[in-house]
Design a protein around this ligand. Structure first.
Ligand SMILES: [Zn+2]
Length: 144
């Protein structure tokens, strides 16, 4: 996976330390007693990963599966109804010049053991505030 350069990337926060701490905690016998289970991805998240995810350039840290997927979720007031959606790296590049500011949460998901963890967050956008996109009718509006 080659990450395109994001021109406007800022406020990047890596969650690598928390990820490592979670993995270490899982391997301690106490984890079995406490009922901690980070391999708790819900079926919807796993399905999203299989349909929209990009293969991570590493194996699953829990089961060594090579199907570890990465998903980019976008959030922000300026996204209107599109806040909370999954976007590809190419879409994020386009959004940089279309949206003033939005947050990206990068999550890794293993479809084989349900491991899931936040990898990093960052902010993108050209800083130009615009009204959120007009609400469009969605499948949920029609059939929901
Ligand atoms: Zn796994």
């Amino acid at each position: 996976m080659v990450r395109p350069p994001f021109r406007t990337q800022r406020e990047r926060v890596s969650h690598a330390l928390q990820r490592r701490a979670t993995l270490e905690a899982m391997r301690r016998p106490a984890a079995l007693l406490s009922g901690i289970d980070p391999c708790d991805a819900d079926p919807l998240l796993v399905r999203s990963a299989l349909h929209h995810g990009v293969l991570a350039a590493r194996d699953c840290p829990v089961c060594t599966s090579q199907r570890l997927m990465v998903l980019n979720y976008v959030f922000g007031d300026q996204l209107g109804q599109f806040s909370g959606r999954i976007k590809s790296a190419e879409e994020l590049c386009e959004m940089e010049t279309e949206v003033g500011e939005f947050k990206v949460r990068v999550v890794e998901v293993c479809p084989d053991c349900n491991w899931n963890h936040l990898i990093e967050t960052y902010v993108l956008g050209d800083g130009v505030r615009r009204p959120p996109p007009r609400r469009q009718r969605t499948v949920e509006d029609i059939y929901g």
